[in-house]
Ligand binder design. Structure first.
Ligand code: G3H
Ligand code: 13P
Ligand code: ZN
Length: 311
């Protein structure tokens, strides 16, 4: 089984009422934890790379590690650029073997977003690569993107048809109340997603794959593990998993998860050092981190995404 783009995966996911997990990768242990989980569950998979991850690990290292994972697992894997912000970055990833890219023009005006997205779609489609666009703005912080809660805005359903028709994108990321990072809701605040907006978009774009960013549930067990072992992440709160499952049964075909992986890795390493303060072999402390990423991803594939057995 070779690298695949997202076309077939999304078609089957839409029809089957489940979603594909898109997990962010930065190093070998994360890639192994995720792909071993997908192999155990026979699940289709998207591994995604942000520009920050690409700067950290270098394109060629991540690409070769993913190719190794495909050889090892025999799974269909789509390699996707997460939050591409320029044509040049998308082109570089396409030329370097990625099978899918996101062009995130959500911070531009509607017209400029269309222009940039269309330019990427033309190049990508000529190379057999699928494209994700974005309308609406999520709050939250990653390396390259920092959007304050005041600047965040829900996707306007009235714009989606025109955007998809004029750009030719293969999937669309929307803002319905999810946000990037580990602090998605304030303590005491009732977590809510705007399913009314999702339903409206689904009606206007029948059969079209929708993407949810900022969809970590910020699993309490890992927040607890961090806080009990020297960390300080009070009030880290994510999206309730039953809401994500509901979205996956609707038009949402791709659910992005990064923060949950970071929390599992950090919690596992902190716990290991708290229990073994004299150890210094990276293989010892990365082993439980990788094992916990595997079990976390298996949990997501089965209980949140519903894509187990669908590879
Ligand atoms: O939403 C983006 C991902 O969480 C990637 O974050 O830019 O820090 O790699 P990053
Ligand atoms: P989280 O921060 O909720 O994991 O979202 C990740 C994401 O959207 C990557 O694009
Ligand atoms: Zn994102």
């Amino acid at each position: 089984m070779a690298l695949v783009n997202s076309k077939e995966m999304f078609k089957k996911a839409y029809e089957g009422g489940y979603a594909i997990g898109a997990f962010n990768v930065n190093n070998m242990e994360i890639i192994q934890g995720i792909t071993e989980a997908a192999m155990a569950e026979n699940a289709p998979l998207i591994l995604q790379v942000s520009s920050g991850a690409r700067n950290y690990a270098k394109h060629v290292y991540l690409m070769k590690l993913i190719e190794a994972a495909i050889e090892d697992t025999g799974l269909p894997i789509c390699v996707h650029l997460d939050h591409g912000d320029t044509f040049e970055l998308c082109k570089s990833c396409i030329d370097g073997g990625f099978t899918s890219v996101m062009i995130d023009g959500s911070h531009h005006s509607f017209e400029d977003n269309i222009k940039l997205t269309k330019q990427v779609v033309e190049y990508a489609h000529a190379h057999g690569v699928t494209v994700e666009g974005e309308l609406g703005r999520l709050a939250g912080i990653e390396d390259a993107v920092n959007v304050s809660a005041e600047d965040a805005s829900y996707t306007d359903p009235g714009q989606v048809q025109e955007f998809v028709e004029r750009t030719g994108v293969d999937s669309l990321a929307i803002a319905i109340g999810t946000s990037h990072g580990a602090y998605k809701f304030k303590p005491g605040q009732k977590p809510q997603l705007r399913f009314d907006i999702l339903e409206d978009i689904q009606k206007r774009l029948p059969g079209f794959p929708i993407v949810l960013h900022g969809a970590s549930s910020v699993m309490p067990e890992y927040v607890k593990m961090i806080n009990e072992n020297g960390g300080k992440m009070p009030d880290a709160i994510g999206i309730p998993e039953e809401m994500l499952r509901k979205a996956a049964s609707m038009a949402v075909c791709k659910i992005n998860i990064d923060s949950d992986l970071r929390l599992a890795m950090t919690g596992s390493i902190r716990k290991y050092f708290a229990e073994h303060p004299d150890h210094f072999d990276p293989r010892q402390y990365l082993k439980p981190a990788r094992a916990n990423i595997k079990s976390l991803v298996q949990h997501k594939l089965v209980n949140v995404l519903g894509c187990n057995g669908k590879a």
